[in-house]
Design a protein around this ligand. Structure first.
Ligand code: AMP
Ligand code: MG
Length: 350
């Protein structure tokens, strides 16, 4: 299957090469626990990819909490005291705090100790005791983080996990570099986080599959997107099973348990930022899609749709429910093509 997809991509890219008459470059790297595929089309495609790769490694070195030398690890180790950080780190934490507030705590980076108690940080999975969870949940509240431009201070005992937002920010950075290099076409695919710049080299929209959470190689549908972000969160992406129960990696900060909201996956789609930054950019719509995909998975269908209508944030959704429905918001009705192979019932909603 992997070999097949590589061939497919190669063929598509060769077709693209003739169509746009410009260089198409691809790269695959492994960073942030994720296989990342980068495609760039344009005169400076090679330079764009090499700058993006370097940027990704640099961000991983700042933001990964499993790396002892990262800035976020220093912040976590020194909880209770302020730690000097790069502006990109304080900016991302400030943005995470803002999404925690907007989503009434459904997204909260201070969920870290709870994520660790379930073993998702070190891959030693276990079901924690209720009293352990109760104690750790008292630490979960990102409004207690003090953020200045050049320093961050967690409350004593807290720790922060940027795993639910970091790849979104990486995609914002990739957009900025692609645009700075003058590219008009490209695709950045970081696991469940995708950024589509322009159209494919042949002028058609980029096609992004929304995975079927219940069929390993299947899709619930295909999104045709240009200049957009699409980020998916799902319980199927990381989980373990104990005594016949499945426990996944998206934790409801209100219970300390893997969220059981009736959703199997949430895909958030929003427009590209359109901006170029000389240095690391401010978090944009890539970051928003990432934070919201996690938060709305915790909320569940009804609350997620209400949040979309009332938050004042501009985004569209594809929700896959446990009940076998695929719920698509109206802004995607032209962009989303169902794949009937999975026996889902499709609905368009406002
Ligand atoms: P994502 O795949 O973007 O939905 O992010 C999931 C990752 O974010 C998990 O592996 C945890 O590291 C972290 N996480 C889990 N639950 C939450 C939550 N409610 N809020 C913020 N981050 C979370
Ligand atoms: Mg996320």
């Amino acid at each position: 299957m992997k070999r097949f997809s590589i061939w497919m991509i190669t063929i598509l890219l060769l077709l693209g090469l003739t169509a746009c008459g410009q260089k198409v470059e691809t790269a695959q790297i492994y960073a942030m626990d994720t296989v990342m595929d980068l495609t760039a089309c344009g005169r400076d495609a090679e330079e764009a990819l090499s700058r993006t790769e370097q940027q990704i490694y640099q961000l991983e070195a700042l933001l990964s909490r499993t790396r002892e030398t990262s800035e976020i690890s220093a912040v976590n180790r020194s909880a209770g005291s302020a730690v000097e950080v790069e502006k990109a780190v304080s900016g991302l934490i400030l943005t995470a705090q803002m999404y925690a507030e907007k989503t009434e705590g459904c997204f909260d980076i201070t969920i870290a100790p709870v994520v660790s108690a379930w073993g998702f940080t070190a891959d030693h999975y276990q079901v924690p005791e209720q009293k352990t969870l109760d104690a750790l949940l008292t630490l979960v509240d990102s409004s207690r983080i003090r953020v200045e431009e050049s320093s961050v201070q967690l409350a004593a005992g807290q720790s922060a996990d940027l795993g639910g937002i970091a790849k979104g920010y990486v995609s914002d950075c990739a957009e900025s570099i692609f645009r700075a290099e003058g590219l008009e076409s490209g695709l950045v695919s970081l696991g469940g986080n995708v950024f589509a710049l322009g159209t494919k080299p042949d002028g058609s929209a980029w096609r992004i599959g929304v995975k079927d959470p219940q069929r390993a190689e299947g899709f619930v549908g295909i999104l045709s997107l240009q200049n957009a972000y699409a980020v998916t969160s799902g319980g199927y992406q990381r989980y373990f099973e104990e005594d016949g129960t499945v426990y996944h990696h998206i934790i409801d900060p209100h219970t300390g348990y893997p969220a059981q909201s009736g959703l199997l996956s949430v895909t958030v789609v929003a427009a590209a930022n359109g901006a170029v930054a000389e240095t690391l950019p401010e978090p944009g719509n890539g970051t928003m899609c990432d934070a919201l995909s996690t938060a709305l998975f915790v909320m569940g269908e009804e609350q997620a749709l209400e949040f979309r209508r009332e938050s004042g944030l501009d985004f569209e959704l594809v929700l896959v429910t446990e009940g076998g429905r695929v719920v698509v918001t109206e802004g995607l009705s032209d962009a989303f093509a169902p794949d009937e192979g999975g026996n889902y019932v499709y609905e368009t909603v406002s």
